[in-house]
Structure formats: C-alpha cells, structure tokens
Ligand binder design. Structure first.
Ligand code: HEM
Length: 157
C-alpha cells in the first residue's frame, strides 16, 4: 500500500507545507511584541496621562489616610503631584527628567517607619487599580520602588 502522509512540518514538497512553520514564527514574534520585554513600563502604566491620573488619585488618598496624612499636612501637594509623576515617569523609562530632591534628603528625619511605608504603598496600589494599571505593571513599578526603602524609612515600626 502506498499511503501518502506528507512530509514533516517545514519540509516543502512544493505543495504549501512551508506555510506552517513561517506562520508559527510570525505568531511567536507577534506574541513577543505584544507582551515581551520591549514594552516599557512607562507604556504599561498608560503613559503620561495615566501616570498623572493615578498620581493625583494617590495624592488625595495619602492626604486622607489617617495612618499617614500627618506627614503631608504642611507639604506643597501641587509640587508633590508634579514631582512624583515625573519621578515615576523617569524610573519607568518614560521621556521625563525628575528634577526634585533626592529621596533621602526628602524623607530621612521625618520619622517614617515600616507601617507608614506600607500604608503609602497600599494607597499606590489602590490608585493604580482604580486607573486600570495591569497587575504585572503594578508589580514592576513596586519592584523598582521597594529597594528605595532604606532612603525613606528611618525609624522602627
Ligand atoms: C518608595 C516610596 C516613596 C517614593 C518613591 C517617594 C517619592 C517622593 C517624591 C518624588 C517626593 C517629591 C520630592 C520633592 O518635592 O522634591 C516626595 C515627597 C514627600 N514624600 Fe515621599 N516617597 C515615598 C515614600 C514616602 C512615605 C512612606 C512617606 C510618608 C508616609 C512619604 C512622605 C513624603 C512627604 C511628606 C513628602 C513631601 C515633603 C515636603 O513637604 O517637601 N514618602 N516623595
């Protein structure tokens, strides 16, 4: 019996078998472009407009959060919003240049402890959720912020 089963994928017999592997390669490249490391965190956060939006929301939340509001009572919150948005834009590989003060000089000496730090991070997560920042992008941003802990916290809980 001479049953024809066709060549293995990728081996052309002149009848269109070459189509399958090239299709798979294109699909893999498309998938890599859609979700791969070439997407900047800035883009994943929604660019400047969405960063400004969730930072505004976040600033409102810290000011009304009884665990940390007292730190912000005498702060210039317009400056805080602008500076924090620029800061997040820059560290997420966006087209901004943060021109505010260094983290230790802003924070050390204010008496911020771990509980305060966690309260602020919670407000940040709530604000990002409210502005549809994907969980993966939230985690990428938090992973960049977490190592700044020693520049912010100077007292035990
Ligand atoms: C990784 C965490 C944090 C980051 C990235 C961060 C970032 C910033 C930035 C960019 C500014 C503006 C600096 C400037 O005006 O030049 C700022 C100001 C400020 N931050 Fe933070 N911050 C963090 C954590 C905290 C925490 C935990 C608190 C207190 C609970 C806090 C309290 C403040 C206050 C009170 C100001 C305003 C200071 C002033 O009035 O001049 N920050 N922060």
């Amino acid at each position: 019996m001479n049953r024809r089963t066709g060549p293995p994928a990728g081996v052309s017999d002149g009848s269109g078998w070459r189509f399958l592997p090239s299709f798979l390669i294109s699909a893999a490249l498309l998938a890599a472009c859609a979700s791969g490391p070439s997407t900047t965190l800035y883009e994943q956060l929604g660019g400047e407009a969405n960063i400004n939006a969730f930072v505004d929301d976040f600033a409102d939340r810290v000011q009304s959060n009884p665990r940390i509001a007292r730190f912000f009572v005498e702060s210039d919150m317009e400056r805080f919003r602008t500076m924090l948005a620029d800061f997040i834009c820059e560290i997420s590989a966006g087209p901004c240049q943060y021109q505010g003060d260094a983290m230790p000089s802003v924070h050390l000496g204010l008496g911020i402890n771990d509980a305060h730090f966690n309260a602020l991070v919670e407000d940040m997560i709530i604000a990002m959720e409210a502005h549809d920042v994907p969980t993966g992008a939230q985690n990428r941003l938090l992973a960049i912020l977490a190592p700044m802990h020693p520049d912010i916290v100077d007292t035990p809980p």
